[in-house]
Design a protein around this ligand. Structure first.
Ligand code: AQP
Length: 328
């Protein structure tokens, strides 16, 4: 059984991008592997946060995990800050990370672009992400394509630690979906769909009402042609919508193309909206029931307790290998 680790930031409304790029794989992997899925609140404070909103969104993301099909009986679901070893190993790995390595990270460049003041936390975010993964000696990390570069750094840090202090960390592999690894913005197919985009029309939130979903899809930007054809290089907007359709209807890209041959964008977009609604409506009902039941707190407590056993052991081993004096 492989160890699987992944997380999602409570930094806004989760989107269809988070669902297709990451959560759908969480649900698949829990059937055969030992899984750790967390709400990464320590990452969410790398940009300014509203305290009440952070608390609400942390609970909301955890409930969405379950609504999306993650089963607490099969996978450990917890909040990152409830397992203290993450922050401590994060600091330790920061000391092994080069400034140049962090400067090359495209997510840092994107998120800091045009800002007058940028917190150091945003800069060292990838070292904390490495700690999140290595603290469980995870083998597999299901993520969207945008996280590939961070995962590469995690692999480098694991190898660096192993060669300096003796073989210890598993070097993790990314687990990225073949189609849908990068769902793009509805208003600009050159940017990924992102929950922190100030334009709510650019993303479909998992908790958007059906009427809002229909409106957003009907307004999604498309190129001037009319053929429903998958070609990301020349038709990025329609290709993005086709890949969303393929995921929601659970059919191949070729089947989507065949279904809309000669029909133009209008009928395709209309049906796409219904496919998305058909996936999200039951998820939303389940979400509502979980929030109302209040059971999420007990699930998170149990998840953090289980995760802490492994994480504390790793941290103790790492500190011993690096020469920290153990308390007696
Ligand atoms: N558009 C996307 N397509 C496919 N996968 C995506 N993911 C995010 N957006 C897409 C994947 O979702 C997981 C959780 O992401 P995150 O919340 O930790 O941070 P992120 O990658 O920075 O996602 P967002 O939505 O863009 O968040 P903000 O706006 O807060 O930065 C990851 O596995 C990610 O790959």
């Amino acid at each position: 059984m492989k160890k699987v680790l992944s997380g999602i930031q409570p930094s806004g409304q989760l989107t269809l991008g988070n669902y297709i790029g990451a959560m759908q794989n969480f649900v698949k992997l829990q059937e055969s592997e030992e899984c750790f899925f967390m709400v990464v609140d320590l990452h969410a404070i790398t940009v300014p946060q509203d305290p009440a909103m952070l608390r609400e969104q942390t609970e909301s993301v955890a409930a969405l995990f379950i609504a999306a099909g993650i089963d607490p009986a099969k996978a450990n679901i917890f909040v990152q800050s409830h397992v203290r070893a993450h922050a401590e190993l994060g600091w330790i790995l920061t000391t092994l990370t080069g400034m140049g390595e962090l400067e090359r990270m495209t997510q840092f460049k994107d998120k800091s672009a045009g800002k007058d003041s940028v917190g150091a936390g945003l800069f060292v975010y990838p070292s904390l992400m490495a700690a999140d993964i290595l603290v469980y000696n995870a083998d597999l990390v299901p993520v969207g394509d945008d996280q590939k570069q961070h995962l590469e750094l995690t692999r480098d840090l694991a190898n660096r630690f192993n060669s300096r202090f003796g073989d210890y960390f598993t070097v993790p592999e990314p687990y990225i979906p073949k189609v849908g690894a990068r769902i793009m913005s509805l208003d600009d197919a050159s940017k990924k769909m992102s929950k922190s985009n100030p334009n709510a029309g650019s993303y479909i939130a998992l908790l958007d009402e059906p009427s809002v979903i229909r409106k957003k899809i009907s307004r999604a930007t498309t190129d001037s042609g009319r053929e429903v054809k998958y070609d990301p290089a020349t038709k990025p907007e329609i290709s993005n919508l086709i890949s969303i359709y393929s995921h929601c209807a659970n059919i191949s890209i070729a089947e989507v193309e065949a279904r809309y041959e000669g029909q133009g964008y209008g009928p395709f977009k209309k049906d796409l909206a219904e496919q998305v609604v058909a996936v999200l409506e039951p998820l939303q009902q389940k979400y509502k029931a979980i929030r109302e039941s209040g059971e999420i707190h007990a699930i998170l407590k149990q998840g953090a307790e289980r995760a802490s056993v492994l994480a504390d052991r790793t941290l103790a081993d790492v500190k011993e290998k690096m020469g920290f004096l153990a308390p007696r």
